[in-house]
Design a protein. Sequence first.
Length: 289
Amino acid sequence: MKVEAPAKINLTLEVTGVESNGYHTLDTIFAWLDLHDSLELELADLTSLKMTSDGADLSRVEEDENNLVLKALRALESVVGRALPTSFHLTKRIPAGGGLGGGSADAAAALVGLRALHELEVDDGMLHSLAARLGADVAFGLRGGFARGRRYGDELTQLELPEELQERELILMAPGFPCPTPEVYRAWDAQPSRSAEGATERFLAADGPTRLDEIRNDLEPAAYRLYPRLTQIRTRMLEAGLEAVTLSGSGSTLFGFVPLEGSAIPYENTLADLGRVIRTNLRKGERID
């Protein structure tokens, strides 16, 4: 069987606090993208994981027990109390280390696929619990669609995708280097930025084209200090006419909306020297309740 693992972007990302354990609390708007990895699963005598690239650099994706697909398998095995030998074939399209939640999406797809393949009596609530333990973005990857994430991003409220965003094309710019999330958060701790304060509420309250004006990410200044190249990429994207150009998550991928009158502009040519250019859309629908 095959399960899709869609990428995500953060349309807003507010850092709302830092807990005593060092974890950062968030208020964020997640949105699924049409860009996706594909995970094929088959019953097997022994578990194995094979990866194939469809545009993604596999040099930063582990093919061992550190891969989130296998971590999801082991977590599910611990719950059901038995081995679930499975052959996995993962086709990667989502850039690794780019703030698009590729590994988390793969883990969520593995949980969904394993439950169906092995006909497990594991309800949605248990699946969500496992996903949240694997990572906040895994919890969203399991639910999917368009949602508000609070606490660590794992407390999700499902939302309706605004009509004015349903047909808007996006350009993703993947510069070819990762922004390690712990590093970006350490940089934020050193110089906290709350430029996105209240952005989530304003985004939800906005109407029509003004909604794009509320797209904000508190982690941007920290990521730009660490990787000045990102600032140059953002400038070029804005000069090309893209709207609401913003970093997704902790980076390194930036996204921008194609103007309504500019869908035919060959961004793949004008921005190709900056890295990998991906044209995509926000994805409608969700996976499970």
